[in-house]
Write a new protein. Sequence first.
Length: 323
Amino acid sequence: MTGVSVGPRLHAGFQNLSLARDRLYGGIGLAIDEPRLVLDADRAETLVCSDRAVEPYARRAIEALDVPGAAITVSQRFDRHTGLGSGTRLALAALVAIADAYDRESAVRDRAPALGRGGRSGVGIATFLDGGFVIDGGHPTERFTHSPPETGAWTTPPVVARHDVPETWRFVLVTPAGETGRSDEREDESMRTAVERADPGIADEIAPLLTQRLLPAIAEGDRATFGAAISRLGRLNGAWYADEQGGVYRPPAGQLIEHLSGVPAVDGVTQSSWGPTVYAITGAERSDSVREAAVEALDAAGVDGTVRVVSPDNEGYRLESGE
């Protein structure tokens, strides 16, 4: 039996959503070490999987690998549709585990499109493989227009920048209880609308933010500048999505971000993907105070939720073989 263990990813935004520019999307994000997805696979004559969330991903992986079947067991996984990239993690973990069980090459980057992954952001694929902070190059606008081609007809976006995240950095995840983030057809529809209406001027603001602030900051381990740039990136991306999510941030993310922005120990705070998870950037030595502030932020917003302090992941998935 082969087991795959991997943490989530945090999505900071895109470089461009406007059809007036040469490249569309271009994801920006990073890998974190918790919570974990742990998925095991063994050879079988058909697909055996009791987890409904995993079953469609495993079926696509079996088809992509051209194997008869697999027995899938998921012993740990994090909540779906909370902004942590669970869909890509489930799809790729199933692919890698089944491939290894059959002694085949997983060829993750090549096969990801056949699993329906990488149609917009390539961050989930890149961080699954290698962890770290990643910027991908997006897709040619003339091929993608406002929606992806048919499943499998695209290629995985190229990684144009990757850096390790300093081990002393911490990310405080705040996930309000209740409605989950957008996914599947609802997400596709919202993205299509956002792209059709996207102001190209926002992409023009994001470009120097990346090259003059975000990338130098991660390369030098400058957490304060990195955090400020991530916060700004989130606000700019939120302007593209405002009509679709009810504001620059999806409620109640805006209240949580406003509360945490005023905490001295917080270097930056923004929403991950469609939310509802918000994450604050801080250092290991100050993470306890930020955790307390995050609990206070939930109370002030009048919502229940969870708070978790996590470390960066600079390695990507782990593969373990057992009996």
